[in-house]
Design a protein around this ligand. Sequence first.
Ligand code: FES
Length: 292
Amino acid sequence: MSVRRLAEVQPADFAFTQDNLQWAEGQIAKYPEGRQASAVIPLLWRAQEQHGGWLPEPAIRRIAEMLGMPTIRVMEVATFYTMFNLKPVGEHFVQLCGTTPCALRGANALKDVCKKHIGDQNHVTADGKLSWLEVECLGACSNAPMVQINFDYYEDLTPETFEALLEDLRAGRPVKTGSQTGRSCSAPFGGDTSLTDETLYDGSVVGSWKSRFSDEHGKGDATVTETAGRPEQNSRPEATVAKSGKDAEGQPSDKAKSAPAVTEDTASGSTTVGTSPKTPASPGAAPSEKGA
Ligand code: FES
């Protein structure tokens, strides 16, 4: 974390432009009487934007007057949040994340690149193009290491890609924001590892699920019809009881005790009930035994 001090060289005064003044008055009017201090952050942010990316001390004083706040209260806000720059910054202001996930993925090497191409933190290059600052987690840890430059994130950086990025920015060449390895958002390295079944997607998630459901539903009916003549393939417990006359523990079921004998002809798939006491239902009865 950097030391938060006001710049040694300050402008003599600060005034919002007419447009910004009108905008600021609109922000202040959003809050009830006596609560105008709630507009302090938006006003500081707009003042920073107007002043080329940093917040001069006269702007802090001016905003305190507008909001009826002691200057020190506005100063406390401005010096607390790193989103407010208290010293001049480069045209391309690099905020480099140095928190643990980024540090583990190579943020220290990126700091060396900053030192080589820009200099120390808070130093603006002679051409006014670049300056940098180490900040805490910027919430893109899964794409570490990363930096924010002005309003864009640059992720999955290596010293080489970061160096090339700084050179392109300095030269005014177009650059690519986001991941520098080409992965989409935070998708896994090496491609997707889940939800890879393309049949799940047909451009319309609901449509694809509906179509898949009706396919499987139709196939389910077909399966029932196809296996109806082969009861030995039916694995439902109740079917086993009906077929074997025993329950799940292998004991004769109540139904089996009183039920008439059931004879199956697995060759034909037909079933006969209570007509042949000589051939009681037997789970092990094979067609050859019955035929003998
Ligand atoms: S630790 Fe660097 S973005 Fe979170």
